[in-house]
Design a protein around this ligand. Structure first.
Ligand code: ZN
Length: 330
């Protein structure tokens, strides 16, 4: 897990060297996981410029081919919580759709083929191969199906104890958590057949230190055991939070656990969520640009202090949003 994080850290250092980026909480996360919502006393972050980032195109592997159509993977191993890319190439392809983990995944057309995002949930079982069926429809209506398997490996998630103040103890009811997740998942499982993000990919919503990691097994006040659906970022109150990429606001309102919360639909099943705002500046239905300010940091919802929680879902699964930043995008 650590080695996967280092390239992002270096990248942030290069681009965001004018910001007080503390690497310590990130590098130390396995030894001493910080509690949720600590205020590390950092100086307020000024409005950061969007990051002009392009990841290098990774190696591509031929996985299957038939009838003049080929399936490529841009990865070898898929960990729990990770998102990776598959590509289909061939002549006169009209559409590509895949079935994987009981979900349908629409591939999006680019200059050199159709790309699909394969996202493993943090609880997707490991140690067995999962069937991936790719359905290709040509312009003349003929079809080709390519079959393969994808193996999921352990995500290596940490355990954390989190203490919430007594006056927020009512937010530790398992039913509150279940209901909120069900509401969000009803949003995330829809897919807009339009790619709203651009070739520069996604960026951090705030340039500040990452603290509590995605996927952590969390025990709240020793009573509620749950999973962390995103990453926490250290910040004080009132700092601007940017959209990770262009998209459409599909939720801006209050949730019990996430507090004042915004969700952006980026298209093709990719969503980003931004939690614990003090104020929000966007409304449902609004199109936002990459880097546009969505609101200011706060401590609303189930927090032990001011911090920012950032999360992403892809094709209906919560995914590691920091790993998603490292993903090369065509
Ligand atoms: Zn969080």
């Amino acid at each position: 897990m650590l080695s996967k994080r280092i390239p992002l850290v270096l990248w942030l250092c290069l681009i965001g060297c004018t910001f007080s980026l503390s690497l310590l909480p990130l590098l130390a996360q396995d030894e001493a996981p910080p509690t949720d919502g600590t205020d590390g006393g950092m100086d307020p972050v000024t409005t950061p410029a969007p990051l002009p980032t392009r990841m290098p195109r990774p190696a591509v592997y031929l996985i299957a081919e038939d009838g003049g159509v080929a399936l490529h993977f841009y990865f070898q191993v898929l960990r729990q919580g990770e998102t990776q890319l598959a590509r289909v190439v061939g002549d006169d392809i009209a559409s590509v759709r895949a079935r994987w983990l009981d979900r349908l995944i629409d591939f999006y057309p680019m200059d050199d083929g159709f790309y699909g995002l394969l996202a493993a949930g943090m609880e997707t079982p490991t140690g067995r191969s999962t069937a991936l069926d790719v359905f290709v429809t040509r312009a003349d209506g003929s079809r080709v199906t390519l079959n393969t398997t994808v193996e999921i490996v352990l995500g290596g998630f940490i355990r954390q104890s989190v203490t919430i103040p007594a006056d927020k103890g009512f937010l530790l009811e398992p039913e509150t958590e279940r209901n909120e997740l069900a509401r969000l998942e009803s949003v995330f499982t829809t897919s807009t057949p339009e790619r709203l993000w651009d070739e520069t990919g996604f960026q951090m919503p705030i340039l500040a230190a990452l603290t509590s990691p995605f996927g952590a097994f969390r025990s709240f006040n020793g009573t509620l055991n749950t999973r962390h659906t995103g990453w926490d970022i250290r910040t004080t109150l009132g700092n601007p939070v940017m959209a990770s990429a262009a998209g459409r606001v599909v939720y801006s309102g209050h949730q019990e656990i996430r507090g004042n919360y915004v969700v952006i639909d980026h298209g093709y099943g990719v969503y980003s969520g931004y939690a614990h705002f003090s104020t929000t500046h966007v409304t449902r239905g609004q199109l936002v640009e990459k880097g546009q300010v969505l609101g200011t940091t706060g401590s609303t919802g189930r927090t032990s202090g001011p911090h920012f929680h950032w999360e992403m879902a892809v094709n209906g699964s919560w995914v590691d949003c920091v790993q998603f930043l490292e993903l090369w995008q065509p």
